[in-house]
Design a protein around this ligand. Structure first.
Ligand code: AGP
Length: 607
């Protein structure tokens, strides 16, 4: 997730407005920044690694000449944060500058073709191919706008783009597929941005570009057309009534809620990872004699869930370990035959990095799954995958958790395929169902987003909650408990349901809410007994179950019915969503700030 801002002003320099716009988009990414402006047919490009304010001052970006320009604040996806990898990216002749938010999935293939045609690449990014593709198309004496469209038709993946060129000194070209882009118009000129807050100081009259659309901006307005067939699009300007602060959260009261609702998109991004990185990780996983899944907090629950996936479909025994315990528990036995897969959205968690250090010292193979390119984990891991969730501002992990699960599912499936321990049909079927997970999460949000508030109203005065699940759902239950605990500070328990009678059931008495996570699947049969056990003690049963599961519904006091079609192994990705919403709404009802729970930091970088 990156931030894009561009403007064509009737008078004055574009650069100060670009700076101002990017500052308002900083929450979208902040590892590097760059501007491209046009003045009398000359393209000026400056960029570097670092925070917007520092780079702008260091390179005097604010003083770049010209009333037309675009700027970009980056959240690295391909290529570590560095000057060359910062946007804008230019073609060989430095006449075309491109800024991009999204992922070009087929960039390696396109890059290869362009290199064969003599193009010289400066960066390791996917974006740079776009500048060279446009340049290549223009060789056929094609006009810039048409060349951009021809290039867009070859791109696979997601993009919000803004292009400027010395060949069209009074224009900005924009396009969108899956990544957001909004256009704005005022008496001062025309604007484009990733998000409304950047626009609001200049205008509240905007048009949201839709998937598959291309727009040409000049100082008096813009013209939109469909990329595929060039059909002209008429769309009325929309008036935004949000304040700047509301707009940063896209109208949601908190970042956490925005991030919960972003999950269908972040999950789709997690399905667009470069296949060669997944293959590389899979090859390493296959080679190891033992696999440790090492992580802290929410990430450790993603690992707990993944251990069921690796075991069930790839027949690989794994050891999910909380990173702060790894050295004590396995430090002496880990060795050259071990693989340590560290999972950390920040890539900076102290305990996880300490575990990784030890593993490297013992010559184990260290792999990583993270959301942060350029983080320490990406530097120390032998191979890693970046989950592409975009920055998560809320301290409580939500979208990064579900994307971690989806990345780990993809690895488990690849390993299952490579090892051939389950049938081809079973793997294919799981693969198909995995592709539908973002849609299922979208349905869950649509159906239950509001309804969960009623559930919270009913249960908001309890001073103890219990979360239970069997099999992979025990990990979902643990994550649901963690969300509730960290946001509402209400004591709560979570454990595998079968453990109840070994002790924890002693706390259950009349009226205690017990949340059962019970998708259909192998563990579903045994959960009925656990529910009855709790009911017998007077517990109030809240079930997260599949729609139409009458047996469970019949013995529950309340239920959240989940769409059919998600296999048990992938169920945590969808079944955790109502639990995220429950914790969020309960915190809000208690007057607490869900974005900044007390005593907690987003990234724990200290011992
Ligand atoms: C989750 O809501 C917490 N903020 C916390 O448990 C977090 O998951 C943990 O600190 C691990 O962070 P990481 O994924 O960045 O390593």
């Amino acid at each position: 997730m990156c931030g894009i801002f561009g403007c064509i002003l009737k008078t004055g320099l574009a650069a100060p407005s670009i700076y101002d716009g990017l500052k308002r988009l900083e929450y979208r990414g902040y590892d590097s920044v760059g501007f491209a402006t046009l003045e009398l047919g000359t393209l000026h490009v400056k960029k570097d690694k670092g925070k917007i304010e520092d780079v702008v001052q260091r390179l005097s970006l604010n003083r770049l000449p010209g009333s037309v320009g675009v700027g970009h604040t980056r959240w690295a996806t391909h290529g570590a944060p560095s000057m060359v990898n910062a946007h804008p990216h230019t073609d060989c002749q430095e006449r075309i500058a491109v800024i991009h938010n999204g992922v070009v999935e087929n960039f390696l293939e396109l890059k290869g073709e362009l290199i064969n045609k003599g193009h010289i690449f400066k960066s390791r990014t996917d974006t740079e191919v776009i500048a060279h593709m446009i340049e290549e198309e223009m060789k056929g004496d094609i006009e810039l706008g048409e060349a951009i469209i021809r290039a867009l038709k070859q791109l696979e993946g997601s993009y919000a783009l803004a292009v400027v060129s010395s060949d069209a000194p009074e224009r900005i070209y924009c396009a969108r597929n899956e990544s957001p882009l909004v256009l704005g118009l005022s008496e001062k000129g025309s604007f484009c941005a990733s998000d409304v807050p950047a626009m609001l100081p200049y205008t509240n009259k905007v048009v949201y570009l839709r998937n598959g659309e291309f727009a040409v901006l000049d100082k008096d307005g813009f013209d939109i057309q469909k990329i595929q067939d060039g059909v002209h699009v008429e769309r009325e300007l929309q008036e935004i009534t949000w304040t700047i602060e509301m707009a940063e959260k896209q109208g949601y009261p908190h970042f956490m809620l925005k991030e919960i609702y972003e999950q269908p998109r972040s999950l789709r991004n997690a399905l667009r990872l470069q296949k060669q990185y997944l293959d590389l990780l899979t090859a390493f996983l296959d080679r190891g004699k033992e696999l440790f899944l090492v992580a802290a907090g929410t990430s450790s629950y993603a690992c707990a869930a993944a251990s069921y996936m690796f075991s069930k479909i790839a027949r690989l025994t794994t050891y999910p370990v909380v990173s702060s315990e790894f050295i004590e528990q396995y430090g002496s036995s880990v060795g050259i035959d071990s693989v340590v897969l560290a999972v950390s959205q920040s890539g900076e968690t102290y305990d996880t990095l300490k575990a990784v250090d030890l593993a490297r010292m013992k010559a184990a193979t260290v792999l990583g799954v993270t959301n942060t390119v350029g983080s320490t984990l990406t530097r120390v891991a032998r191979a890693y995958v970046v989950q592409q969730s975009g920055p998560e501002i809320g301290v409580a992990a939500t979208k990064t958790f579900t994307s971690q699960l989806l990345v780990l599912s993809q690895l488990a499936l690849r390993l299952a395929r490579a090892r051939g321990k389950i049938s081809q049909d079973e793997v294919d079927d799981l693969d198909d169902k995995m592709l539908k997970v973002p849609d299922i999460v979208e349905q869950v949000l649509g159906r239950h987003g509001e309804g969960i508030k009623n559930l919270v109203n009913k249960y908001n005065d309890n001073d103890l909650y219990v979360f239970l699940g069997r099999g992979i759902s025990s990990a979902t239950a643990m994550e649901g408990r963690l969300k509730l605990l960290e946001l509402t500070y209400v004591p709560s328990l979570a454990y595998p349901a079968g453990e109840s009678k070994h002790g924890p059931i002693s706390v259950v008495e009349e009226g205690v809410p017990v949340v059962f996570v019970c998708p259909r699947g192998d563990s579903r049969r045994d959960i009925l007994g656990s529910i009855m056990e709790m009911k017998a003690r007077g517990a109030r049963i809240i079930s997260i179950c599949e729609e139409g599961d009458e047996e469970i519904i019949g013995i529950s006091d309340d239920m959240v019915e989940m769409p059919r079609g998600i296999p048990e192994l992938l169920s945590p990705i969808a079944y955790v969503v109502p639990l995220q919403l429950f914790a969020y709404h309960l915190a809000v009802q208690k007057g607490l700030d869900p974005d900044k729970p007390r005593n907690l930091a987003k990234s724990v970088t200290v011992p």
